[in-house]
Design a protein around this ligand. Structure first.
Ligand SMILES: [Zn+2]
Length: 109
């Protein structure tokens, strides 16, 4: 895989394949291409101490999703509703999209 090219993007539906959330599916909230990591909504949650601030009067422990390395997630096809292998192809418009190798549906709209 070429370096610096993320195969997982913001808005993707992915499944975590390792750790305590193994098998769980969620949407990618943010991608961190420099670290090759993604933040997935509601998954790989970690507790962090939060100091009282103007936004949070109380402070205390908050839960937030921690970044997951892209090698630990699989892209889930919305059509198949399961993790799939993907390929990429060029549409007649010239746009490059990823597609599901299982059902042949385009993953990028
Ligand atoms: Zn599919």
């Amino acid at each position: 895989m070429p370096q610096g090219k993320m195969r997982i993007r913001t808005g993707d539906r992915v499944q975590i394949v390792v750790g305590k959330d193994k098998g769980k599916v969620g949407n990618v909230l943010r991608s961190l291409p420099r670290e090759n990591r993604v933040i997935i909504e509601g998954l790989n949650m970690v507790s962090k101490h939060q100091r009282a601030s103007r936004q949070m009067m109380q402070g205390g422990i908050i839960e937030q999703p921690s970044p997951v390395h892209v090698s630990n997630v699989k892209l889930v096809c919305r059509n198949c509703d399961r993790p799939v292998r993907t390929g990429s192809r060029t549409l007649s418009s010239g746009r490059k999209v990823r597609y599901c190798k299982n059902c042949d549906e385009n993953i990028d709209r």
